[in-house]
Ligand binder design. Structure first.
Ligand SMILES: NC(=O)C1=CN([C@@H]2O[C@H](COP(=O)(O)OP(=O)(O)OC[C@H]3O[C@@H](n4cnc5c(N)ncnc54)[C@H](OP(=O)(O)O)[C@@H]3O)[C@@H](O)[C@H]2O)[C@@H](O)CC1
Ligand SMILES: [K+]
Length: 514
């Protein structure tokens, strides 16, 4: 699914009305009707008081449409106009006028704190104050209204987006965002729904189609692409009957130091689980027996040094490499990386301490192989790029880094984002249980396993992140978030492949992280 910017959505809006020869208020009617249908289906006429707060722009206009349709269908509706300015939009006014066709009780005009209504915990609040058109910080009594509504226990439903958030810009005032229980967003989710600083205000959302021009939607390069099951299925490469283990490549995992050989085991095992034909683990000498015992399927090569890696000597040509998990940042390890980066032709995943080595030794950037995949968590990313101001700044700096160095960067987090030049891929799988030691080692192994089977680096990155998160979801459903361990995630990779093509019953309400 595509994630469009607010500018693109306005463009889509305009093209749609032109092409379909409809008025903007017809489109607003569609949008409001979709939300009414959603509510009607669930409420079935229940007389729960519904308080609709309408701003003075088109988000408010949507609120007025929803209110009119609810009143027409006999619901218990209380409408308010959050009259922060007298500059009302044309389509707000059209729908304001239409209210009088269905009721004699005109929406209550709010102009100060004195107008805040009484709301009971079992009531419903609909937030149609601001949508994608909010263009500055909320202040005065409007900010107080948001805080007043947040303090109420009533269920809060946001129209298009929670008031106080921007679609694709950083948060300005965390004290002035509606804490919506659920958001119904039009046509495409917004980027802010997926980033840690803003996504916490959107715990659940659903996308409602409003029939925007299909050609525009298909042909426009989006701000980002959301990767869910439907997208992931397209990445999957079917195996052929006469393939043999050579077809799936020979992955090399360069990992581990004294006390951290587990990282090499997790990554190597995960490369197998992702489908690599052969896996060789390159470890310091101290890891030899450990690996041979823990993972009999893997071949093992060792460094001359006992406790850390100093020189990577190989006796074969790997088809993919994962490097960096638990290797520490010794001087000689950095030299080994310089040599590896300069000489190796195989596609590469660069993780953990290898990223830290790059941050501390910028000469490594000069030899960074093109189309390598870097998989930093937030701390590693900031060491690499320098400090960032917020989630959006971080994305922009990552894009610049990716373009400058021709590499793919995976920003790991609740919604892991893969960045390649200007392209962003937002992952939908994963859960808080995966914030556990070794989870990243598994991811690097998975991506190396995909690369070794010939997946294109960008697809290996995006698909690997999806599979890894899906495996994490499968495990957490079996054992709870708390009990998820990295080896469990690795073990569940097979089920993640199977789940790709399993048919699922449509849930009523889907949490973001699914
Ligand atoms: N595109 C689509 O696909 C469709 C979109 N639709 C709907 O339209 C919504 C977007 O509508 P919108 O453009 O009118 O913006 P909206 O969020 O109502 O607010 C703008 C108004 O608020 C004002 N204002 C802004 N910030 C302010 C502040 N801090 N404090 C005070 N005032 C502030 C600003 O005024 P001004 O800056 O000129 O003072 C302007 O009057 C969208 O979210 C969706 O719900 C559907 O109906 C159909 C299809
Ligand atoms: K809203």
């Amino acid at each position: 699914m595509k994630i469009f910017s607010s500018e693109q959505l306005y463009q889509a809006d305009q093209i749609t009305t032109e092409k379909q020869q409809i008025t903007p208020s017809d489109l607003m009617e569609r949008a409001g009707t979709q939300i009414f249908n959603w509510l009607h289906q669930r409420m079935q006429g229940a007389q729960v008081p519904i308080h609709i707060f309408c701003g003075i722009g088109n988000n408010g206009g949507d609120g007025l449409v929803i209110g009119r349709l609810l009143i027409e269908n006999g619901y218990n509706v209380h409408m308010y106009v959050v009259n922060c300015s007298d500059k009302r939009s044309k389509n707000f006014l059209i729908n304001y006028d239409r209210i009088k066709n269905v009721t004699k009780s005109w929406p209550h005009l709010m102009t100060s704190e004195e107008d805040f209504p009484e709301i009971n915990p079992e009531d419903i609040i609909i937030d149609a104050i601001f949508g994608i058109g909010m263009n500055r910080k909320l202040d005065g009594w409007v900010k107080k209204l948001i805080q007043y509504l947040n303090a109420e226990k009533a269920f809060k439903l946001a129209v298009d987006m929670p008031t106080g958030l921007y679609a694709n810009e950083p948060l300005q005032d965390p004290e002035a965002v509606l804490q919506a229980n659920h958001t119904l967003t039009f046509q495409a989710p917004k980027l802010s729904f997926f980033l840690p600083e803003t996504g916490k205000y959107v715990p659940f959302f659903e996308v409602l189609e409003i029939g925007l021009d299909p050609e525009f939607l298909h042909t426009t390069e989006p701000l980002a692409e959301l990767i869910a099951k439907q997208e992931a299925q397209k990445f999957y490469k079917q195996r052929q009957k006469f393939d043999h283990k050579g077809t799936y490549g020979h992955a090399l995992v360069i990992a581990g130091s004294y006390g951290k050989i587990g990282a090499a085991i997790l990554a190597s095992k995960s490369a197998f689980k992702a489908g690599a034909g052969l896996v060789t683990s390159f470890v310091p000498k101290c890891g030899y027996s450990i690996l041979q015992t823990a993972l009999p399927e893997a071949m093992v090569l060792t460094d001359t040094e006992d406790t850390f890696i100093t020189d990577i000597q190989l006796n074969f040509e790997p088809s993919a490499i994962a490097v960096g998990m638990g290797i520490a940042t010794e001087k000689k390890t950095v030299s080994a990386l310089v040599k590896l980066f300069s000489e190796t032709k195989a596609p590469m995943v660069i993780d953990a301490d290898a990223i830290n080595c790059i941050s501390e030794n910028k000469e490594l950037l000069k030899v960074l192989p093109k189309y390598s995949i870097l998989t930093p968590h937030l701390g590693e990313l900031e060491r690499l790029l320098g400090p960032t101001k917020n989630d959006f700044d971080r994305i922009e700096k990552t894009k610049a880094f990716s373009k400058k160095n021709d590499v793919i960067v995976i920003i790991k987090g609740a919604n892991t984002i893969t960045v390649f030049g200007d392209k962003l891929y937002v992952n939908t799988t994963g859960n808080p249980g995966m914030a556990t030691a070794g989870s990243g080692d598994v991811l690097s192994g998975v991506i190396a396993g995909l690369l070794s089977q010939g997946y294109d680096p960008l697809i290996a990155a995006v698909f690997g992140v999806y599979l890894h998160g899906s495996a994490g979801n499968i495990v957490s459903q079996q054992v709870s978030y708390e009990a998820v361990m990295a080896s469990d995630i690795s073990n569940a990779l097979g089920n993640a492949y199977l789940a790709l093509f399993e048919q699922e019953p449509q849930p009523q309400e889907e949490p973001q992280e699914k």
